[in-house]
Design a protein around this ligand. Structure first.
Ligand SMILES: [Fe+2]
Length: 140
């Protein structure tokens, strides 16, 4: 039915579980290290923190269940669950990148915040490329 094998799907879900947790931590770094974040951006960071945590928890759950019932080719239910999570992560990652651009514009003269924004922007772009690769892999 699908050309995606279980090891390929597990690899993909490991990536999503790793990066969603990193993004979750990034939202905390911003709110805990910048004192004067405007309410609008702070609220977005707090809301995204919850969403990243939820994606991470779903990824861990799917990862463990696929591993538990290991077979060479995944059941279509797992394929669909991973695909849904990829789309969810991609949407949130796009919104997060937009927020990073907003944050960068708020503190043009603060080198530390610029460095932090750049760091997270680069890693978010990396995660975006991983998600695009997973989508390609799952579309074959
Ligand atoms: Fe980082």
């Amino acid at each position: 039915m699908y050309s995606v094998t279980t090891p390929m799907l597990l690899n993909s879900i490991y990536e999503i579980s790793f990066w969603s947790n990193i993004q979750y931590e990034h939202t905390i770094v911003f709110t805990e290290t910048i004192d004067n974040i405007p309410e609008a951006q702070k609220n977005k960071l707090v809301a995204m923190r919850k969403e990243w945590k939820s994606i991470h928890e779903k990824a861990v759950e799917i990862r463990d269940k696929i591993g538990e019932k290991y077979q060479p080719y995944p059941e279509s239910d797992w394929f669909d669950a991973v695909w849904k999570l990829v789309l969810e992560a991609e949407k949130l990652n796009k919104e997060f990148i937009e927020l990073l651009i907003e944050l960068g514009k708020l503190y043009p003269d603060n080198d530390t915040i610029q460095l932090l924004v750049h760091h997270v922007y680069e890693e978010s772009g990396y995660f975006m490329r991983i998600l695009a690769t997973i989508k390609k892999l799952m579309s074959v």
